[in-house]
Design a protein around this ligand. Structure first.
Ligand SMILES: Nc1ncnc2c1ncn2[C@@H]1O[C@H](COP(=O)(O)OP(=O)(O)OP(=O)(O)O)[C@@H](O)[C@H]1O
Length: 324
């Protein structure tokens, strides 16, 4: 029996395909009530992890559970977990409504549920059209509708934003957030942080089958000290003035400007004024999460331990199986 918590636990999960280590010692927990992004570049091991979670591939070591049980031991799994892994092979001549009715009977829910989920995903008026004529975005919605048939407590979606236009992505965001706010668990994978940045509450970032960061997206943002970029009349004099005030995080950029962390623009302006240095321009640098994501997953970044809920994981030597 499962514990009904809606929690997903991945513990020391490893998958070896011959010489290829697709997933290595991966651990994270996904709590109900939030949307968790499972992020990593192509080939990082996301699909393999989700397939292990859904009992489609057996782990070489470690385990993955939903509600405290491996997928294979969940009673009525279709009612507990709704999953979409890659674009589904829909029968092109079948209407969406008929497709859903076939799956409804497999999950053990009444036929009317097909109409309900068509409405839920915004395909209410297209339910009687043949799926062969559907756009990629419509197929994504139909795949989601199929996953929703059993009104599952846990939703697992592999790259759900693929093929969606900006309106579709905005719709998906609202849908997933409200699904999670109703106390359910939502885990979505993506290889693009920007695509899911506004949807997810926490992230698990993996690279080459290993966890690189795990925790709230906000903590990842806050871990990046914002910087002020300043163009002074006399770089040396401003650096001396700031150092005299105890400011240490000063970097000279290739274009000659200074990047100063840990203080406000006003603080720098006051220090410059006091030192008789003119300031020709100043701007607060935007935190570039996408760049950080790239650094975390490109193997060039090894961050020290991070205090807080989220944490960085020290980079290991490159493994076979990750992206090149
Ligand atoms: N059945 C398999 N046999 C051999 N190698 C595999 C198999 N499945 C996956 N791999 C390898 O494991 C690694 C991880 O693949 P996986 O598909 O899990 O990554 P991913 O993060 O989902 O990438 P993508 O976003 O491109 O699907 C890759 O090197 C892949 O080639």
């Amino acid at each position: 029996m499962h514990d009904g918590s809606g929690r997903i636990v991945v513990q020391n999960l490893t998958k070896q395909f011959g010489p290829v280590t697709a997933v290595q010692n991966l651990s994270f927990t996904v709590e109900p009530g939030s949307v968790t992004g499972f992020l990593g570049p192509n080939g990082a091991g996301k699909t393999t992890t989700l397939r292990m979670l859904l009992g489609l591939v057996s782990p070489t070591a470690g385990f993955a559970t939903i509600n405290g049980s491996p997928f294979g031991r969940l009673g009525q799994p279709g009612r507990v977990v709704g999953a979409v892994l890659e674009a589904q092979g829909f029968h092109p001549k079948r209407t969406a409504r008929n497709h859903l009715k076939v799956y409804a009977s497999a999950v053990g829910v009444p036929d009317q549920r097909a109409d309900q989920v068509l409405q839920l995903v915004g395909l209410g008026s297209a339910g009687d059209r043949k799926v062969g004529g559907y756009s990629l975005g419509m197929k994504q919605r139909l795949a989601l509708a199929t996953a929703l048939l059993g009104d599952p407590q846990v939703l697992v979606l592999d790259e759900p934003a693929n093929g969606l236009d900006p309106e579709g992505i905005a719709w998906l965001r609202t849908f997933l957030q409200s699904y999670a706010r109703s106390g359910r668990t939502v885990l979505i994978s993506s290889h693009l942080l920007a695509e899911v940045e506004q949807t997810v509450d926490q992230v698990v970032i993996i690279s080459r089958g290993q966890t690189m960061y795990y925790g709230p997206l906000d903590h990842l943002r806050q871990s990046q000290q914002s910087r002020v970029i300043v163009q002074p009349s006399d770089v040396g004099a401003l650096v001396t003035a700031l150092r005299a005030e105890g400011v240490q995080a000063i970097e000279q950029l290739p274009d000659g400007r200074l990047a100063v962390a840990g203080v406000t623009s006003k603080y720098i302006a006051d220090a410059a004024l006091k030192a008789g240095v003119s300031v020709y321009g100043m701007q607060e640098e935007q935190i570039d999460l996408e760049r950080l994501f790239f650094q975390l997953t490109s193997g060039q970044y090894a961050a020290p331990g991070y205090p807080g809920t989220g944490y960085y994981v020290q980079q290991q030597p490159p493994q076979q199986g990750g992206w090149a």
